[in-house]
Design a protein around this ligand. Sequence first.
Ligand code: ADP
Ligand code: TPW
Ligand code: MG
Length: 578
Amino acid sequence: MTTTGNAQKAKAEEPQDLTDGFHLIIDALKLNDIKTIYGVPGIPITDFGRMAQGAGIRVLSFRHEQNAGNAAAIAGYLTKKPGICLTVSAPGFLNGLTALAHATTNCWPMILMSGSSEREVVDLQQGDYEEMDQLAIAKPLCKAAYRILHAEDIGIGVARAIRAAVSGRPGGVYLDLPAKLFGQAMDAAAGARSLVKVIDPAPAQIPAPDAVDRALAVLKGAKKPLIILGKGASYAQADDQIRALVEKSGIPFLPMSMAKGLLPDIHPLSASASRSLVLRESDVVVMIGARLNWLLSHGKGKQWGSAPKKFVQIDIEPKEMDSNVEIAAPLVGDIGSCVSALLKGMSDQWAPPPAAWINEVNKIKETNLAKMSAKLMNNSVPMNYHSALGVLRKVIDERPDTILVNEGANTLDFARSIINMHKPRKRLDVGTWGVMGVGMGTAIAASIETGQRVLAVEGDSAFGFSGMEVETICRYDLPICVVVFNNNGIYRGTDENPSGGSDPAICSFVENARYDKMMQAFGGVGVNATTPDELFRAVNEAMESGKPTLINAVIDPAAGTESGRIGNLNPQSVVSKK
Ligand code: ADP
Ligand code: TPW
Ligand code: MG
């Protein structure tokens, strides 16, 4: 045998350098700068989670997949990269699915990666361990759903999931990972070559020039213009352009809940405190990353007044236009590009709105703000929403980098209108569906993704949906301060059982419960606060120390109203109540 022949033989006998599904998925995620996974371990993804952690990915283990999913969803909103939720098959997958649907509804990029059972067995319905056709179930609840069957397809599969989540209108993506995939081996070099780095995952979408001209023409004709900023605008991270547009045009703006702070709530052009007036009286409304859905009464009806109105709408999703009312000037594209194009088209002599309109808006605003500040001074015990939120407002004013998480009914509605936000993407809440239970997952991801202090203002009912994650907060030692607005129940603690029987009323909870002790159980700080002063001191201490803290804020059980501000959406019986 020749020398070359010997060398070739020796090479063929060398053990081949191998990789497998586990490592390829991890490498694919890392190649695409995905640094964090939120999930719950179990078959078939336990070792995958361990290996991901070993490979330098931050893997956060939760107590329930829904909370991990909500964490991933809000991570997507905050970072413009898909938040990753990792679950086991069937029940874990289903637990994560609510959050996936929530992310899709809110237009946030997220990938739910779930392990699944063997295809051959699932498809013949032979009763595999945690058998379920997960791909089919996920499909209608997300933007895209994929399954990877072969190790050599992992690169493409992960790339498709990332691009689907973040391009165009962002949303949730489901990625099905059958148990068999993880152990599949392939040549390491070929595996490395099969990985895909997604280039320009959310390309700029430039609006058509004639659409820009049309929008400017509509704006020019306005006597009472209004800009509505939605969470799409805060997601877009085009903060400087949006601020420039508002200030150059001189048009009053109204932020939707999670767009609060995109421009400071104390900005002279903020019209939050004259919301009813501006919705009713405006003649041209510029929607920026906000939908005319139920939160804006679908753009019609009494709230919008009777005078004719023209809408300019900026959105990346063409189908959003005319979804509820006619859009006079649709501007399809990404918000950064659309707002820049409008700015470019506005001459230096762009005339501000007529002074009469600005004066009208400011007059109502001043009256309403004065009324509000009187209520916030209230020092009564037990606390009501105004007195308790008055002090939390002060905390956020003094610490504007703090992230505010907020859920509940009255706790949500009052906090939204009372607490001023000063910086973009600092207010995280229940989103388009008004989901209770987003609180702890949201708080955890906000802390992990931004490194900032988090203040979670939670109704006692809302908190209960994800409350077990206080253990997670303590385990990872996160600087999260949870304030539970404890009014003994849902909406009010005064509900009565109409049968007169001994069962508690459906909206009432155990009276005078001590949620603060839940945090203490896991080594965190728990405080019971009965006065605004005690509350203020406890929150400040938590903000200073950064220690996991839960404050049980005792609120008058009679202070709230049914369903907060949306009681009108409750159906009414035609038979009079007994
Ligand atoms: P809000 O509830 O605050 O009114 P919505 O969630 O209803 O906000 O609306 C957000 C809108 O923003 C969606 O229609 C979505 O398509 C759009 N959107 C999200 N990101 C972008 C972007 N980068 N550019 C343009 N539009 C976007
Ligand atoms: C997943 C229905 C809306 S608000 C709310 C419920 C149960 C709780 C309100 O009580 P809380 O706040 O949090 O104590 P407060 O201050 O008014 O007392 N399930 C889901 N989502 C929603 N929205 C509900 C139920 C609901
Ligand atoms: Mg309550």
